[in-house]
Design a protein around this ligand. Structure first.
Ligand SMILES: NC(=O)C1=CN([C@@H]2O[C@H](COP(=O)(O)OP(=O)(O)OC[C@H]3O[C@@H](n4cnc5c(N)ncnc54)[C@H](O)[C@@H]3O)[C@@H](O)[C@H]2O)[C@@H](O)CC1
Ligand SMILES: Nc1ncnc2c1ncn2[C@@H]1O[C@H](COP(=O)(O)OP(=O)(O)O)[C@@H](O)[C@H]1O
Ligand SMILES: [K+]
Length: 508
């Protein structure tokens, strides 16, 4: 599913009105009716006090329509107009008039902190103060109102966006409504998925308001949300008359004394995702460990007992090399990375300490084979690209880095983002149980295994991230997140792929 910018969404509204020959007011009525239906279905006539906070733009207009419909349905509704400026939109003015005429409900005008109503914890708050039009810092009293709404602990539903949040930017230190639900029009917004802003949106539900399909199909997305259907379309099934040589050979290079588990986890995950052959390249101390715990893998040892050291690997031209899992950053290990970067022409996967080596010796960045995949967690990312002012700047910096070095970046987190120079793919499955040692090693094995099987690198990253997270979700369906350990994810990789092709009624 595509994610558009606020500017694109404003344009889409306009084009929809032109093509469907409807007025802005009619589109607002349509959109807000859907919001009303959602809320009404959930409240089901409950004797609850509803407080609707409306701005004076079109988001406020939506709030007024929803309020009017709720009053007509018999709910107890108080409407507050957050009078932050005198530039009232037509959609606001018209629906303000209709609300008063049709329902005799007179909104309360809020102009300063003195006017704030008491909000009780059992109130139901509808936030229609700002939508995608917010583009500058809020005046202080409106900030205070948002803080007051949040402090109330009332249940909060935001229309289109939680007020205070911008779709494509962050205003530092500005409060944002902490919505339990965000009912958003037509397409999700990028801010719903970034670590700094995502928690404010709560559960996001997308409300189809019939925006012009051609616009949505033809316009480039700001980012793409990956769903099951898309993931299923990326999968490459095996054909009957094939042999292990058709499924690639991946060299997993890493490990050091005390961190050999990273290599067993990543090597096993590569095998589970279907690679033909795995060779683990490790320090000598790991030989017995690897041969015993992953008997399907071959093992080559480097000329050192406890950490990696330089050596020449006999690689075929299509072999894939994954580097860094549990490697440590010993100088000798860096020599091996340098040798490999000079030798390997296929896309590599670089993770963990491999990334730390690249941060420390930035001249190595120039040697990374084109289309390689880097899989940093936030700390590793910061070492690579430096700090960032906010998550939008982070994405921007990652995209520039990706463009400069011609690599795909997998930014790991609750919502993992796969970033190439021209696309951002957002993954929303997975769960907090995966915040456990070694789950990143499993991901490295999965992506390297897919690369070796001939998946295009960006697809290997997007599909690998999705399947890894899906496997984590299937593990948790059988247990609790706390109990998940990284090797469980590997064990469920097969089920994760199978689940993409199961009919809905047979799904776990
Ligand atoms: N016909 C349409 O165009 C539709 C619009 N819809 C609603 O319209 C919303 C967008 O409406 P608007 O563009 O009127 O924007 P908003 O209602 O989000 O904001 C109102 C206006 O406030 C001004 N503003 C921005 N930041 C401010 C600040 N810090 N302090 C004071 N004023 C500030 C801007 O000029 C903005 O236009 C959407 O989020 C959605 O809720 C929906 O009704 C769907 C249809
Ligand atoms: N809260 C979460 N929700 C979903 N996925 C998560 C969550 N926390 C961690 N993960 C996933 O688990 C993996 C953790 O990777 P990483 O931090 O490198 O772990 P390690 O270094 O221990 O192997 C990433 O794929 C990340 O996306
Ligand atoms: K809002």
């Amino acid at each position: 599913m595509k994610i558009f910018s606020a500017e694109q969404l404003h344009e889409a509204d306009k084009i929809t009105q032109e093509k469907q020959k409807i007025t802005s007011l009619e589109l607002m009525e349509r959109a807000s009716s859907r919001i009303f239906e959602e809320i009404n279905n959930r409240l089901n006539g409950a004797e609850i006090k509803i407080k609707v906070f409306c701005g004076i733009g079109n988001n406020g207009g939506d709030g007024l329509v929803v309020a009017r419909k709720l009053v007509r349905e018999g709910y107890h509704v108080d409407v507050y107009v957050v009078n932050y400026s005198d530039k009232r939109s037509e959609g606001f003015l018209e629906n303000y008039r209709t609300l008063k005429e049709d329902t005799k409900n007179w909104p309360v005008l809020l102009k300063s902190e003195d006017d704030f109503p008491e909000i009780k914890s059992n109130d139901f708050v509808i936030d229609a103060i700002f939508g995608i039009g917010l583009n500058r810092p809020l005046v202080e009293w409106v900030q205070k109102l948002i803080v007051r709404i949040n402090e109330s602990k009332a249940f909060k539903v935001a229309i289109d966006m939680p007020s205070g949040m911008l779709a494509d930017e962050i205003i530092a230190d500005q409060p944002i409504v902490e919505a339990n639900y965000t009912l958003t029009f037509q397409a999700p917004k990028l801010a719903f998925f970034l670590p700094e802003t995502a928690p404010f949106a709560g559960n996001v539900q997308i409300i189809d308001i019939g925006i012009d399909g051609q616009y949505l199909a033809e316009n480039p997305a700001k980012a793409i949300l990956i769903g099951e259907e898309q993931a299923a379309s990326l999968y490459q099934p095996r054909s009957k008359f094939t042999h292990k040589g058709n499924y690639g050979h991946t060299y997993m290079v890493g490990g050091s004394y005390g961190m050999m588990g990273s290599m067993t986890l990543s090597s096993k995950a590569a095998l589970r995702i279907g690679v033909g052959k795995v060779t683990a390249v490790i320090p000598q101390c790991g030989y017995d460990i690897l041969q015993t715990s992953v008997p399907e893998a071959m093992v080559e040892v480097v000329p050192h007992d406890i950490h990696l050291a330089d050596m020449k690997l006999e690689l075929k031209k299509e072999d894939i090399v994954a580097f860094g899992m549990g490697a440590g950053t010993n100088e000798k290990s860096i020599e091996l990375l340098t040798t490999l970067l000079n030798q390997v022409k296929t896309p590599m996967l670089i993770d963990a300490d491999g990334l730390n080596m690249l941060s420390k010796y930035s001249e190595l960045l120039e040697l990374i084979p084109e289309k390689s995949i880097l899989t940093p967690h936030p700390k590793e990312l910061e070492r690579l690209i430096g700090s960032w002012k906010n998550d939008f700047e982070k994405l921007d910096k990652v995209q520039k880095f990706s463009d400069k070095y011609k690599v795909t970046m997998v930014i790991k987190g609750a919502y993992t983002m796969t970033v190439s120079s021209d696309n951002i793919y957002i993954n929303t499955n997975g769960n907090p149980g995966m915040a456990t040692a070694g789950s990143g090693d499993v991901l490295s094995g999965v992506i390297a295994g897919l690369l070796a099987q001939g998946y295009d690198p960006a697809i290997a990253a997007v599909f690998g991230v999705f399947i890894h997270a899906k496997a984590g979700d299937l593990v948790v369906a059988d247990t609790v997140p706390d109990a998940l350990i990284a090797s469980d994810i590997t064990a469920y990789l097969g089920k994760a792929i199978r689940s993409l092709f199961e009919k809905p009624e047979t799904k776990a």
